[in-house]
Design a protein. Structure first.
Length: 122
């Protein structure tokens, strides 16, 4: 199975349908079987795509060098501990352009971050 970008496909189909409708209008005919069959096929495909559920992509790590969160809040982070020279995952609060850890001991830096996942709901 391959993921597809449904937004790109629907935009392309909508443009194609619009162009075929415009062609009929320019020619000056309401019914043109060859084009009407194509419009029906594209419209059916478009409807099928729009009825599919939206899947949220897996969150991706964002290196701090590429940017910081736009909103204050809690985030999952990768931290580099300079003392042990190791990377580990943690949850920190980001507020006023600073990562906060009440229990911070040692020399570390946040190297990447991502939003926390949604909490489980039954």
């Amino acid at each position: 199975m391959r993921p597809i970008d449904a937004d790109d496909i629907t935009a392309t189909l909508e443009i194609a349908i619009s162009m075929m409708e415009n062609t009929k209008s320019i020619i000056g005919v309401e019914n043109l079987p060859v084009i009407d069959v194509e419009i029906k096929a594209y419209t059916d495909i478009l409807k099928g795509i729009k009825e599919q559920p939206t899947v949220q992509p897996e969150p991706q790590w964002i290196p701090v060098s590429e940017g910081l969160p736009k909103k204050d809040g809690r985030y999952q982070v990768t931290r580099h501990d300079y003392v042990t020279n190791t990377e580990f995952i943690d949850i920190l609060r980001y507020e006023k352009n600073t990562w906060w850890d009440r229990q911070a001991t040692g020399d570390y830096a946040v190297t990447a971050w991502m939003p926390l996942p949604e909490a489980y709901k039954e």
